[in-house]
Design a protein around this ligand. Structure first.
Ligand code: ADP
Ligand code: MG
Length: 169
């Protein structure tokens, strides 16, 4: 049954400038629930880390939000949430996910934000929500295509969609 319901199609979200991306990140923050796995897809420079940074600041994080390209994972405990921000760009093979012992971060009480999940395909747990980012047509802004892949992801996306439509900032 559920297989038929997901993935769900949702219209593209236009992000013409970095302020728009920061707003989307902030809108996503209150839609999060423990246990969510969110994939952030898109090429280098598509704006994945920008979105995560805005989300973390909105939750009250202070200080830098570094790209986890080298560390593989950055840990944030903020607003009573455990957030783990991953970036598997540098993986030479998906098995590195196991070698690095990263599976234990994916818990019922944690929220995992994953850049370059394809590099850990077959090992990284499945996403509840996928946000795919790309350059827009004039190459200056970005476009985000959200897609829910579970009930939990759909619940998060429904909330995000109404915040987006209401222009919450
Ligand atoms: P990624 O993590 O996908 O490699 P980043 O989040 O590091 O990408 O962003 C790369 C660059 O894109 C940064 O200079 C950032 O300021 C810029 N950027 C992010 N979102 C937007 C946007 N909506 N419009 C214009 N520039 C953006
Ligand atoms: Mg990045």
């Amino acid at each position: 049954m559920h297989e038929k319901k997901f993935p769900s199609e949702v219209a593209e979200l236009q992000l013409p400038d970095i302020t728009a991306s920061e707003k989307l990140g902030a809108q996503l923050a209150p839609c999060l629930a423990p246990g969510l796995v969110i994939y952030l897809q898109g090429d280098l420079g598509a704006g994945k880390t920008t979105l995560v940074r805005a989300l973390l600041y909105s939750l009250g994080h202070q200080g830098p939000v570094k790209s986890p390209t080298y560390a593989l994972v950055e840990v944030y405990v903020v607003s009573r949430l455990y957030l783990y921000h991953f970036d598997f760009y540098r993986f030479m093979s998906p098995e590195e996910f196991l070698d690095a012992g990263l599976g234990e971060y994916f818990r019922k009480d944690s929220i995992c934000l994953v850049e370059w999940p394809d590099k850990a395909a077959g090992y990284v747990p499945p996403a509840d929500l996928v946000l795919t980012l790309r350059l827009d047509d004039d190459g200056r802004g970005r476009v985000c295509v959200p897609e829910a892949r579970s009930e939990e992801g759909q619940s998060c996306l429904t909330k995000l969609r109404s915040a987006w439509d209401a222009g919450v900032s």
